[in-house]
Design a protein around this ligand. Structure first.
Ligand code: GDP
Length: 298
């Protein structure tokens, strides 16, 4: 929790900077409302949230004094309302293995997040297997293999340049034989070539679906929160190339752009399963909308 509040300090400070001078005036007027709306947009919270806060203030404080405390209270309140419906941990059904496809651009924190999820599931008493499906990057295969060894979980990995769908198929077969609860499949994150990426993800999906029509049971998109608006466009692209079922936001420690999470929730309504607050294996947190709202609003 401290990690979250510490991590989002820069986000709330940025919001505070953008709001400087907008409260404490004798009476809240239309121009100040415009400026507050603008400040919220500049703070990455998104136009819809900016409008909500504006409307609340116009209703409750117009022509009255607006204090910083009141303003931050309204922001926290509205943010929590938007975040609450999307806060959903991953849910497991009867399927064995439950297959989680993890997608996202290179550098977003995909590999690290897979390891963090694996650790969390292990702690819940579930058996986990990994599949190194990012066959385009030898480094990704290597990195995931190191995590698997550290965690003591089996991994199915092929050679660089190998067929990712074939690997995923093999992984499910092995996971089934071993009675594994959860199989986490890494994928390549090459957004540069959208058609190829789409084809590859579609092929993995087809192959998995042959073994179990409901598989993959989750398609989790990993997003780097420090990239702000860029992360929003990644959601747009990935929801077009894959049937994304939920999000994990990484690097919320020390990011000034944590507000994007609110804009993302409002614009796409996708479940947020967890957040990354550091590079270590235990730095994955469940997504708590009330804490998050307060950390952002400051
Ligand atoms: P991938 O290319 O998407 O697989 O990304 P990696 O998992 O290799 O992560 C890229 C970099 O981001 C690494 O240096 C990670 O340690 C770092 N990283 C991942 N998640 C987080 C996080 O939540 N917070 C911070 N500060 N760094 C992270």
């Amino acid at each position: 929790r401290d990690r979250l509040f510490g991590g989002l300090k820069r986000t709330s400070e940025k919001l505070g900077d953008n709001l400087t001078g907008l409260f404490g005036k004798a009476a809240l007027d239309a121009q100040t409302l415009d400026e507050i709306e603008e400040a919220l947009i500049v703070s990455d919270l998104g136009p819809a949230m900016a409008m909500r806060v504006r409307d609340r203030l116009a209703e409750g404080r117009f022509n009255k004094e607006l204090t910083e405390e009141y303003l931050r209270g309204v922001i926290a309140d509205e943010v929590e309302k938007v975040l609450t419906p999307v806060a959903k941990p991953l849910q497991f059904k009867a399927a064995r293995p439950h297959v989680i496809l993890v997608i996202g651009v290179n550098g977003s924190g995909k590999t690290t997040t897979i390891a963090k999820l694996a650790k969390r599931f292990q702690e819940q008493g579930r058996s986990v297997m990994l599949a190194a499906g990012d066959t385009f990057r030898a480094a990704a295969i290597g990195q995931l293999t190191i995590w698997a060894e550290r965690l003591g979980v089996p991994i199915v990995a092929g050679k660089e340049g190998g067929d990712a769908a074939g690997l995923a198929f093999e992984a499910v077969k092995q996971a089934t034989e071993k009675g594994i609860d959860i199989l986490i499949v890494d994928t390549a994150g090459r957004l540069q070539n959208r058609t190829e990426l789409m084809d590859e993800l579609a092929k993995i999906r087809r192959v998995l679906g042959r073994l179990d029509p409901a598989s993959p049971h989750d398609v989790v998109l990993v997003l780097d929160a420090t990239t702000g608006q860029n992360a929003l466009s990644q959601i747009e692209v990935f929801t077009q190339v894959a049937q994304v079922t939920g999000l994990v936001m990484t690097k919320l420690d020390g990011s000034a752009r944590g507000g994007m999470l609110v804009a993302a929730a409002e614009k796409f309504g996708l479940p947020i399963h967890a957040i990354g607050v550091g590079e270590k294996i235990d730095d994955l947190r469940p997504f708590d909308p009330a804490d998050m709202a307060r950390a952002i609003a400051g």
